[in-house]
Structures are given as structure tokens and as C-alpha cells.
Design a protein around this ligand. Sequence first.
Ligand code: SAH
Ligand code: SF4
Ligand code: F3S
Length: 442
Amino acid sequence: MTAKKIYLRSFGCQMNEYDSEKIVDLMVDNGYERTDKVEDADLVVLNTCSIREKSQEKVFSELGRIRDTKREAHKDDMLIAVGGCVASQEGKKILSRAPYVDIVFGPQTLHRLPEMVGKVNDTHKPQVDIRFPEIEKFDHLAEPKARGATAFVSIMEGCSKYCSYCVVPYTRGEEISRPMADVLIEVAKLAAQGVKEVTLLGQNVNAYRGETPDGDIADFAMLLEYVAEIDGIERIRYTTSHPKEFTQRLIDAYGKIDKLVNHVHLPVQSGSDRILAAMKRGYTVLEYKSIIRRLKAIRPDISIATDIIVGFPGETEEDFQATLKLMDDVGFDASFSFVYSRRPGTPAAYLKDDTPQEVKLKRLQILQVKNDAKATEIAQSMLGTVQRVLVIGPSRRGRGMMAARTDNNRIVNFVGDESLTDTMVNVRITEVNPHTLLGERV
Ligand code: SAH
Ligand code: SF4
Ligand code: F3S
């Protein structure tokens, strides 16, 4: 008998992608093989995102396409499953909008997918489970499997910050940290399979409060120290951190742990205190800048990335100017900026929003131009420096060239042997181009 096939598509953030890998691994353990062709699949899984309206709408158009393929390929037995944050938010309502969907599961019930597939096959009735049955999903997942030299490890689930614009606390539940030993074992197993760079994942990794084997509570700084001790791990990243719990202990970790990359993604959302308060972010611009100042005191050339929302309800020109000023003050290396998207059920959805969409789009454009200029300036300043990079594999530039990634997420091409793939090497930056850097091994 040939193995059944699963087609999976991820629409969301890194946590969503992490969940996707776990879903595939789990189904492989249950006798499935992965396929990249919908028409060959016995099970199609869309792992969805509802952070902005556009992300959510993408899911429904993709579902329509899948239904058509199922019909055209005469795959009557194909099951269609919707997981992730849209599933969590909409639940059964997905079935009224897309009645051909067989399974709806949430980010905290993904481990139940094999069982739900069995139930649909037995009963021919759609199955919906979007509960938050606590963190025990991790106890029902497949053994961690490395896919190259980089890997993601979830350290906490959910979010309890309830920023006024955001769906995440409703779609993924409240913050729960995984016990420290579980995280360390997962990292160690990945390291034993050749992983050198680990990215610790969570909506607010610095809210981590993991139980230790002695029954104490470890904070994020302590977790980082332990992860850094694991043999084989050479580089540690994390995402996303939140300014509210960016403690001095975490800042000090940058002085103690060389393996922590010289890069941090710390979303600020706005440079106006009035807007930050309306967003319920829980910090002021001054507090944000104080974190950056203290980080730079320890790592002067640390690269800072951020997220910015433009056009939050009530954002005036003056508020927007304050955001531009903050960008100048901090000198972000990257800012992931989006126009505010009204999310039903969130408190901000009820705020008066009288800024025309064209004005918001114009603000976004101004912000992105400013961001690109700064990113180019930072790349220029890397000329002549020596960077420790993780080699990804042969470069698209052609023969003899290898591609690698710097701490601050830039691709460097350099002459090197394919055997360097998945290793860390030092390269000197010899040329800076708009989208890539050139280097030579030192
Ligand atoms: N937990 C992280 C970010 C999670 S969501 C944090 O708090 O920083 C990723 C990004 O999506 C956010 O940083 C924010 O910039 C953006 N985002 C979230 N909700 C949004 C909305 N309703 N409209 C536009 N952007 C939004
Ligand atoms: Fe959303 Fe705020 Fe939680 Fe981030 S911290 S996931 S923006 S509620
Ligand atoms: Fe999207 Fe859910 Fe992630 S809403 S951004 S997939 S946590």
C-alpha cells in the first residue's frame, strides 16, 4: 500500500511555521508522506493567520482553490483541514463559509489531528476542536527533527498582553511557558542532529517563566544561559521579545553570552506615547529608548529590528512624526511596518478611526523609504568588517560561490567549498550591493 500524502501550507508567523513543521512530523509518524501537489494529497492542511484582514482573506481564497482542485482531480476522499489562528478565531463558522472543510483545529489542539482525521473517516462528519487544553500539546508531538543547521524551538505559547489591536491572545490563549528541562532537551536533541543555530520562539519570549527541575522558576535570561551551554549550539536567536519585560538581567545576558546574536527584534509599534497608551503596550517611548541605550552600552554595534503599526485609530500627523523621530533616534536596521487592520472582537475595533486610508498608506510609504535608507547605511558600514556567518549552501550567483547569513540577517556571498554548508565561518565584507554583500573568508 502506498503511503497517504499530506499537503500543508503555512500562512503565518514563525510560531505558525513551527507548528506547521510539528504537524508534518506528526502525520509522518502516522504513515503520511509530504507532497507539494494539492492534487496528490489525501489530507490538505492550511495553517492560517488572522493578524490582519489580508492574511485572513488569503485563507478563504486558497480554500476555494483547493476545493476546485479536489473536484477536478476527482479526489473524493481528500480531507481538508484548517488549523491556526483563523481556525481558532472562527471555529465552526468556517464550516458555514466553506462547508467542504472537514477539520477545524487550533494552535493548541494540533496534536489531535491524527485522531480527528480518523473520526472524519469513521463518521463522515466534520470535526472541530479549537480548545486551549493547556500546553500538553508538546507531550503528544513527534520527536524533534532537524532540517539543516538552523532550528526553531517554542519556549512559550500564547500571549497575555492584550494589546488593544491584536487577536493573538484570543487565538492562541494566555501565556504558558514550557518547563525549562523540556526546552533544553529539545535543543539538545536538535544539536545532536547538527543544529548550530537555534531560534527560541514565543509571542513574548522575555515573559518566559519556566519551571525548573527543582520546582523553581527560570526567567528568560536564565534559560538563555542554559541553552548556551548545550554542546553544538553556536548561535542563539529569539523572537519576539516585548519591551515591557526586557529586564536588566536580559540586557546583561548580552555581556555574558557570546552566542547571543548581535541582533534583537524588539517591536515598538509607535513613537508616540499617546498611541502606545491607546494600544495598551505598557511602556513609553523613553522606556523603549532606555532599553536600547543599555543594550548598546554592552553591544555598541547591535542591530535592532522592530515592528511598527501606522494609522492606528486616532493617529495624528504629530503622532506619526514622533514615530519618524524615534526611527532616527534608534536607527532601526529593519522595521516591519503595516497599516493598522481592524480586527473584530479587539478593543481597538470600537475606537473612532477617521484617518483616510490614503493618508495611512502615504505614511507607510514614508516610513518604508526611511527604513530602506537606514538599512542601506548600516550595510555600507559593514564594509571591511569581519562577520561570523552561518553558511546556508551554494549561492544563487553561481559556481564556486557560497551564501551565508550574518547576525543581522544579511546574505553574504563568498568563494568557498560546498562542504562549508551548515558551518560557521568568518568572512570579511568586501563589497556592499543593494540586496547582498560580497565577502572573502578570513
Ligand atoms: N508579540 C509581538 C508581535 C506579534 S504580531 C509583539 O507584541 O511585539 C506581529 C506584528 O503584527 C505586531 O508586532 C504588529 O506590528 C502587527 N500587528 C498585530 N496586530 C495588527 C493589526 N491589527 N493591524 C496591523 N498590524 C498588526
Ligand atoms: Fe499581540 Fe500585543 Fe501579544 Fe504581541 S504582545 S502578540 S501585539 S497582544
Ligand atoms: Fe498570525 Fe497567529 Fe502568528 S494570528 S501572526 S499566525 S500567532
